[in-house]
Design a protein around this ligand. Structure first.
Ligand code: ATP
Ligand code: MG
Length: 355
């Protein structure tokens, strides 16, 4: 009997819909080889849905998603709809309702991709960024006063809880222990004198349970510079919500294109569905042209397989991506001339070809 997996599919807007479609076909092919039977639950929730109905998703959207085992998201965003609508109307409610408190983003330079950095001979870029995904700087605490007057001001509070920091730290430490035993922690405790020293303290207290992992604090400014100057030094990086967001866009840039970078919003305990998405947005500038790179979405699908307990299937999918890239089938963002469909077809062939 095949394992049945219900996956909620939210293609979203723009290139989100273009990269999602072929990814589902690839997942079905991988699933057939590994005894996984996917049942897709399609949702047209998007900024387009918002302009029609005034909501990014229906009122019972979260209840509908709770029925699924996992969630696969394309990208949401549309010119004319402010970014905070898609963020606070869809992404943040999902991340919080399903306790997806880890945002995991691999930063790995795949073979066949030219790195935009001039690296020292022999440098390999292969690290994981663990972003705290539920609290920190993305809070609703704050407000504005005296609007439109010279005395106008705005306050935005960050909220860091011991539970929140500790579980992010623990997740990152577990990963580091299973890899090269090194954890970089992003901080700014010299300038941000309450929350960041607290972050550092909790990370180091948690690290006492991991004698085999070496933890090093980096101020976020210096850490950003090291991403560019010496990315080979990193194994696992742990960061707060905002710092992690910035670092992972930078991470996506140094691996050649934002079009290939994946991300998992994880509920590590598996009590709730996790959500997998490419790092990129809906890219209105290239939407409708059929040239979006589907590899970010496909890599996100591979992370989903891994999270579902199918590391072998996940690895096969990444190998298929690598073979496609080294075979020279690339979209224009990677300097190639292939279309979205051609890249996806090449991956599909690789997935089926290594018996
Ligand atoms: P968001 O606010 O949703 O992050 P954005 O406009 O900031 O959206 P993207 O939509 O990711 O960012 O687009 C940034 C740039 O990267 C654009 O020039 C876009 O064309 C390019 N880009 C993004 N994703 C891809 C992709 N899959 N393939 C090719 N180019 C892409
Ligand atoms: Mg963006």
């Amino acid at each position: 009997m095949d394992e049945q997996v219900r996956v909620a599919v939210i293609p979203g807007d723009g290139i989100g819909t273009e990269v999602m479609e072929p990814t589902l076909g690839i997942l079905e092919a991988v699933g057939r080889r590994h005894g996984i039977d996917f049942a897709w639950q399609h949702h047209d929730w998007s900024c387009e849905h918002y302009t029609r109905t005034g909501r990014m998703m229906p009122e019972d959207g979260l209840e509908q998603l709770a029925e699924a085992d996992q969630i696969l998201l394309g990208a949401v965003g549309y010119p004319g709809v402010p970014d905070h609508v898609s963020l606070w109307g869809l992404l943040i409610p999902i991340r919080r309702a399903f306790k997806q408190y880890i945002n995991l983003r691999p930063v790995r330079l795949l073979p066949g991709i030219e790195c935009p950095l001039r690296l020292k001979e022999g440098t390999e870029i292969d690290f994981l960024v663990v972003r705290e995904n539920n609290e920190g700087e993305y809070s609703e605490v704050g407000g504005r006063m005296y609007r439109g007057t010279p005395d106008e001001f705005a306050v935005q509070e960050s909220v860091f809880t011991r539970r929140g920091v500790e579980r992010a730290a623990r997740y990152a430490l577990d990963l580091a222990a299973s890899r090269r035993g090194s954890l970089a922690s992003a901080t700014k405790s010299n300038g941000i004198i309450h929350t960041m020293p607290f972050w550092d303290e909790v990370v180091h207290e948690t690290a006492k349970d991991y004698p085999g992992v070496e933890v090093r604090d980096y101020h976020i400014d210096a850490l950003s510079a090291q991403f560019v100057l010496d990315p080979g030094r990193f194994d696992v990086v742990v960061a707060s919500n905002l710092f992690g967001d910035i670092l992972t866009d930078l991470g996506a840039a140094i691996i050649g294109s934002i079009g290939i970078a994946p991300s998992g919003n994880l509920n590590p305990e598996g009590e709730h569905p996790s959500m997998f998405e490419p790092v990129h947005g809906s890219a209105p500038d290239i939407a409708g042209q059929g040239i979006a790179n589907p590899l970010g979405q496909i890599w996100a699908a591979s992370m989903m397989l891994d999270h579902m307990g199918h590391p072998q299937a996940a690895a096969e999918l990444v190998s298929a991506m690598e073979a496609t890239l080294t075979g020279g089938v690339r979209t224009p963002d990677l300097g190639g001339t292939a279309s979205t469909t051609e890249v996806a077809e090449a991956v599909l062939q690789q997935v089926g070809s290594d018996d």
